[in-house]
Structure formats: structure tokens, C-alpha cells
Ligand binder design. Sequence first.
Ligand code: ZN
Length: 209
Amino acid sequence: MESSAPARVDAAINALQLVEYPHPALLRRTKPVVRLDADLRDAVARMFDIMYEAQGVGLAANQVALPYRLFVVNVAGQRGDGEELVFINPVLSRPRGTAVQEEGCLSLPGVRMDVRRPERVAVEAWSLEGEPIRLDLDGLLARVVQHEFDHLEGRLFTDRLPEAAALEVRRDLESFREVFVGKQSRGELPGTAALLAELDRLEAARCVA
Ligand code: ZN
């Protein structure tokens, strides 16, 4: 990863906001970041603002329609409390144990379900300062990091439910889809082809092909 000179201000980063299922940014795998420019640093700061405002404890870049392999976490969920962590190009390894805990997601507001995940996991990533991060995680931080990592893979926590629970949320997902398509048809959101073209543009600016 290189640090480069400030680029021109990217309008997309100026206008960051949460997107909801089934925005295409949430449904495709993000690309590793190779250019950590001033816009992207600005985006990370805004991601923390958006996360706190929405009362979240973690936020992946593609939840604000940035197709980049990075997420932010603060398990305390409040500015000035806990530790603000930025994980860039994270890799998870050494999953151990199993834990079941209820999860929600800022991309699926109102949906909460029990999710089974490894209890502990190791993560390697880069910080915003370009320093390597190597942590062995357990508890809430392990859970949040795995939830956010799933986002980067284009997965939501609803993809990890057992069959009965998956059926239970299917109607919720359909409602989200109807709302999303409705906004598109009224011109409140761009069409899917335009959304995908914007993701391609953002990838081309800061990722390897
Ligand atoms: Zn989420």
C-alpha cells in the first residue's frame, strides 16, 4: 500500500451515506486498497461519524458504497470511549471455538438474529498509518470483526443463518428489496447499472485490477 499525494476531492467521498440491502455495493466482494490518498482518509473519518450516528459498533466501506477492503470498529460505540480501529486489507485466520450471539446490521435496520460464529479469530491488516496490525481476538471484538469482514466478501449476517431462521428473514429481505426498487423507479436512487458503474470507477481509482 502506498501513501500518495492528495488527489482532487472525490464527490462520492464527500457525499458518503449508509446504503441498505440490496444496494449492489453490499453484494459484491470488495477489492484490496493500494492507494491510501487524502480522500480515503477523509472517508474513514466520515465512516466513524456515520457509524456513531447510527449507533453501530462497526462499519465496512461497502456499507457506504465504497468498494474497498477496509472497515472501522469501535466496540464501545461512542466517540471518545473505547478504541477506534481501522482495518485495511484484513485477512482472518485461526478460527477457534463457537459462539452464538444476536447480531444486527446497519444495512438491514430492524433485523436481528442469532448468528453462530467462531469465538476467537486472528486478524492481520494495515492501519490507516500504514502500520501492520496483528491481533488475536475474542469476545465482541472477534464477532464485530468477523461480521465486518463478511461485508467485504459481499456477505450479510443473514447468509449465515440456519434454514429455519433464513426462512424467517426472507420476508424482511423481500421488503427491503421492494423499498429499494421503489426508490429506483421513482428516481430517488440511481438505477443498478449506474450504481455498478460508480463502483467500477471507485475501484479503478484505488484498487488493483
Ligand atoms: Zn453489517
